[in-house]
Ligand binder design. Structure first.
Ligand code: AMP
Length: 304
């Protein structure tokens, strides 16, 4: 019998300004950690490792206490919270970064509380690879280390990104990033190539077109996205996907290929909720039952 394991996640906590064809919000609570912990906590205990400024409205995180999220590793520092502004095109697969202000992230030195160090599942969400490495080095004995990144780090600190890829079990990137990393236009070819460089699994996210999972033994799983007719804001879909996926793996404590497939479907289903409203709005009210119901619906949609 497997037992529920804990997740540690490091990433950004942000105040986001989001502009989509369906509206605009300013200073919405965001950053990868917000999405990961909001959804991850529905599956397994999550230890957060991140930093905010003293301007951060901490009461916005009250709902996380009921979700098994441990905020002891969320450092509050004098200064400004990380801020990010993004604008989506009519085709919401395309997004421009309007501004990034690092604030207290600039000189963040993650120090993990004991519970965070001892978790068996580690999600290194998108932050500078040097910070990801600092967190990885503090872990006692992680069973599965998952890694996300972004074009900014691939373009500016490629050697550090490559070093991290050599140390992790599961790489989760999007189709633009797999092309940047491997030079392959085909995400399948890119994922197969990357899986030969160390990770046991590579996942490529393709937004509304679903995701691809490749094992280092060459095995392949394709996962469509759960169809959403009226998405309002895609921000955080990738983080929600990764958060649900890793927390499901921790909850089941099984990192075999078949369970990875199922975890991916949970990730896809969770992400479909995230895009239905701005920022964290939809995830705040999300329940396990709603996820399970959509999981069953997903299964009926791909059966033939
Ligand atoms: P996603 O839509 O899954 O790519 O994630 C969007 C989230 O990433 C937003 O809430 C942003 O605050 C956060 N973000 C954007 N740029 C960065 C960055 N350079 N470092 C860390 N987090 C970022």
């Amino acid at each position: 019998m497997s037992q529920v394991q804990q997740v540690t996640a490091v990433g950004s906590v942000a105040l986001d300004t989001l502009d989509t064809p369906f509206g605009r919000v300013e200073d919405a609570i965001g950053g990868s950690i917000s999405y990961i912990s909001a959804v991850g906590g529905l599956f397994a205990p999550v230890n957060v490792v991140a930093v905010v400024g003293d301007d951060f409205p901490m009461d916005e995180y009250d709902f996380l206490h009921d979700r098994n999220v441990n905020l002891d590793g969320l450092e509050v520092k004098a200064g400004d919270t990380f801020r990010w502004e993004g604008r989506y095109h009519e085709d919401m697969n395309i997004r421009d970064t309007i501004s990034t202000e690092l604030g207290v992230f600039e000189d963040f030195q993650p120090r993990l509380p004991l519970a965070a160090r001892e978790a068996r599942y580690l999600l290194l969400a998108n932050i500078h690879p040097a910070l990801q490495l600092q967190v990885l080095e503090q872990m006692t004995d992680p069973r599965l280390v998952a890694f996300d990144t972004m074009n900014l780090w691939i373009d500016t600190v490629r050697d550090q990104v490559d070093k991290m890829i050599g140390k992790v079990d599961l790489v989760i990137v999007n189709d633009e990033e797999i092309t940047l990393l491997t030079g392959r236009q085909s995400s399948l070819a890119g994922a197969l190539e990357l899986a030969k460089t160390g990770p046991r699994y590579v996942v490529v996210k393709k937004g509304e077109h679903g995701a691809l999972l490749v094992g280092n033994d060459g095995s392949i799983f394709i996962c469509p996205a759960f169809p959403v007719a009226h998405p309002k804001d895609p921000t955080g879909a990738g983080d929600t996907f990764a958060g649900a996926m890793i927390a499901y793996l921790a909850a089941t404590d099984d990192i075999g290929m078949f369970n990875l497939r199922r975890a991916m479907v949970y990730g896809t289903v969770a992400a479909s909720f995230a895009v239905e409203d701005f920022g964290l709005n939809r995830l705040k009210s999300l329940t396990v039952n709603e996820i399970e119901e959509r999981f069953r619906l997903f299964r009926s949609m791909v059966e033939f």
